[in-house]
Design a protein. Structure first.
Length: 391
């Protein structure tokens, strides 16, 4: 296990330790969101997206270009995804909520790739019978967040492979093993499925151009660990005749237990979308906070919201009102608020959210078809048939 501040690791498959985003920006060669980007958002949609204002989406590649071109009348489409390795927790929904916001504000098409193939090939313990169950389960959780039915296309890799395969092989032909080895750290014992997989995850970066002529650019909102995929994709985009896909990167929701990010493999560190009220209460009461050992000390010295998980959940997801958030922060610092106050407030908010979520999840069940790429678009319908890419 890594110790705090010592070191951290971010790859598409492993995120460990307390991530220092400043260092990550340097290491990955990303651009931080700056004043220019904020101004472009204001020109385009008259506001700064709340998750950007809070610094949760913090860096990018070519976002300035996509926004500038949007202001000149060039539409972009969105692409994001999920590897169904297990049940979804509330950390997983942060990029999807942000994507939903962008879809609404920019009236953008959206492609959501479900990579059960990736999880099957990567996790040796993944059982074949889990593939379908987890895929459906995760799709329901994602769609329950409320995407625009007309503009959203879910790509289930195993079912929709015929849509993306021609794109994947045209990408694969241009990427050498030495490149994926360097970017992903693959080696002699990496299975050959994983070596090809980057070409599958890259394909939706281009599929939007085949579905609609309106799509002039691709923007990918995703957690920052996915960035390595887009480095490769950006390198070969021009060779295939497409613009480089742009990205906007998000931070990870911290673990409830104090070190690192919320993780599916440590159940008590996460709030699952399927948790009941009792689970939520127990987990939040056991969460790591910035509080003092006793109420008396807390009243005298005040707490530290900057390290507090309960506060960070309000910050990431559950307290949209900036003014209220600031009040909570200051009340905590000043000792006027004790941890129990915050915990109760957060428990109520999460339970309310989950109750609504479960209802929406039920009601979306019969509508799933309306979102699936293969139900909405036939191969022949594609404006520029994907096979033309191979010529
Ligand atoms: N590899 C991602 C995961 O493990 C899934 C994914 C596929 C994705 N395409 C994406 C994530 C595009 C973000 C953006 O979760």
């Amino acid at each position: 296990m890594l110790k705090p501040k010592e070191t951290f690791k971010v790859t598409p498959w492993i995120v460990e330790g307390e991530v220092n985003y400043e260092i990550l920006v340097e290491k990955f060669g990303l651009r931080k969101i700056d004043r220019e980007i904020l101004n472009l958002f204001i020109s385009a949609i008259k506001e700064i997206p709340p998750l950007i204002r809070r610094g949760i989406f913090f860096s990018h590649r070519d976002l300035d270009k996509v926004l500038r071109e949007f202001l000149q009348g060039k539409k972009f489409y969105l692409y994001t995804g999920r590897g169904p390795s297990g049940p979804m927790h509330i950390g997983h929904i942060v990029p999807f909520l942000f994507t939903k916001y962008l879809q609404e504000k920019f009236k953008a098409d959206l492609y959501i790739q479900i990579t059960s193939d990736e999880k099957y090939m990567y996790h040796k313990e993944y059982k074949p019978e889990e593939l379908e169950r987890r895929t459906i389960d995760n799709i329901l959780d994602i769609l329950a967040l409320g995407f625009d039915e007309k503009r959203t296309y879910v790509i289930d890799d195993l079912v929709d492979i015929k849509y993306i395969y021609p794109i994947s092989i045209s990408i694969a032909r241009k990427v050498n093993f030495s490149v994926v080895r360097a970017v992903f750290g693959f080696n002699e014992s990496t299975n050959i499925g994983m070596i090809f997989f980057p070409a599958i995850q890259a394909a939706p970066c281009f599929i939007g151009y085949f579905v609609s002529k309106e799509n002039k650019n691709c923007l990918i909102p995703a957690a920052v660990d996915q960035d390595p995929y887009w480095r490769i994709t950006r390198d070969i985009a021009f060779k295939l005749g497409f613009p480089k896909p742009a990205q906007i990167h998000g931070k990870f929701l911290p673990s409830l237990k104090g070190l690192g990010k919320m993780s599916s493999s440590i159940p008590e560190s996460s709030i699952y979308l399927s948790d009941d009220e009792v689970d939520v209460r127990r987990k939040i009461w056991n969460a790591f906070t910035g509080g003092q050992p006793s109420i008396r000390e807390q009243r005298i010295k005040g707490g530290n919201p900057d390290i507090c998980r309960v506060y960070s959940y309000m910050y990431f997801l559950f307290e949209p009102d900036d003014k209220r958030l600031k009040e909570i922060y200051e009340e905590c610092r000043g000792g006027r608020r004790i941890c129990g106050d915050c915990k109760e407030e957060l428990i109520n908010k999460i339970n309310y959210f989950l109750k609504k979520h479960k209802q929406k999840r039920e009601s979306i069940k019969e509508k799933v078809k309306n979102y699936m790429l293969s139900e909405k678009v036939s191969l022949e319908d594609l404006e520029r048939n994907v096979y033309r890419l191979l010529r």
